[in-house]
Design a protein around this ligand. Structure first.
Ligand code: ATP
Length: 256
């Protein structure tokens, strides 16, 4: 469903900087893929290019055979609004709106659905996310985990083809992190939602089907989970130690 071919990105400026070099990979329909690598290796740059926030210097990105970077501005915003869902570390919800209003926002911007259809969809998704009793609350009344569930609701409400997540648990404690990861895992498995997620955290990564590792702007390695999450986690930790950058001792961490 997603095909990234020979993508390179050079930031111009006083000193041109090659943040990505010849990155190629595919993501299948319904796959849950993590992107890991040391700080500055190009993860966010890659996610920004796939999410069409940024353009590649060379190479191409295809989403179900459509090439978003060749679209005109108006078509591009419609493509982004319809096909993609975003979950960020800092949530990016509007705190003057209620949980329900935040979740429904992408549908109201799209304009194609009646109010009763929108209400029904919010109800379905909030039950799935366990936030059906919070719909009238404003975001400052919620915990970090509840806020991130709301943000996930907003990312999924329009049933996008691809959900892009950049450190979605970066601001959460370990209990909320486990909650949010189990939820994303459930949504991926039950609804076959395709997810591409940047994370530093090998515990978070262990929920993915596959991890792509980036080093110095190039693909370094990839690992598939198979059916043993514990072994996958240990392999992820091993590759991270080869990559360098994060020297925390992760070997003794117990998986939730
Ligand atoms: N707009 C920009 N202009 C110039 N250089 C940039 C720009 N954005 C990023 N870079 C550089 O490109 C490289 C890759 O940055 P990127 O943010 O993609 O890394 P990352 O792997 O996501 O890092 P982190 O894990 O710290 O968020 C870094 O060296 C960064 O300094």
């Amino acid at each position: 469903m997603l095909t990234v071919t020979n993508v390179s990105k050079t930031y111009s400026g006083k000193m041109a900087y090659r943040a990505l070099e010849d990155v190629s990979f595919d993501v299948k329909d319904g796959e849950y893929v993590g992107i890991m690598g040391p700080s500055g290796s190009g993860k966010t740059t890659l996610l920004n290019i796939i999410s069409t926030i940024d353009t590649p210097t060379s190479g191409s990105v295809l989403l179900d055979d459509e090439s978003p970077h060749t679209l005109e501005e108006e078509e591009l915003s419609s493509f982004r609004a319809k096909q993609l869902g975003f979950v960020f570390q800092n949530f990016q919800l509007l705190d003057t709106l209620t949980v329900e209003e935040n979740i429904v926002l992408p549908l109201t911007l799209d304009g194609g659905q009646s109010i009763s259809e929108m209400k029904k969809r919010v109800e379905q998704i909030s039950i799935k996310l366990g936030i059906q009793d919070l719909l009238e609350k404003r975001t400052y009344e919620l915990s970090g985990g509840q806020i991130q569930r709301t943000a996930i609701g907003r990312a999924l409400i329009h049933q996008p083809k691809l959900v892009l997540a950049d450190e979605p648990t970066g601001n959460l404690d370990s209990k909320a992190t486990a909650d949010v990861m189990q939820l994303l895992h459930k949504i991926n498995k039950e609804e076959q939602t395709t997810i591409l997620m940047v994370t530093h955290d090998p515990v978070v990564a262990s929920y993915c089907d596959r991890i792509l590792f980036i080093k110095d702007g190039k693909l370094f390695n990839e690992l598939y989970k198979g059916d043993n999450r514990e072994a996958f986690y240990q392999n992820v930790v091993q590759v991270l130690s080869l990559l360098g950058g994060d020297n925390r001792d992760l070997s003794a961490v117990r998986l939730p």
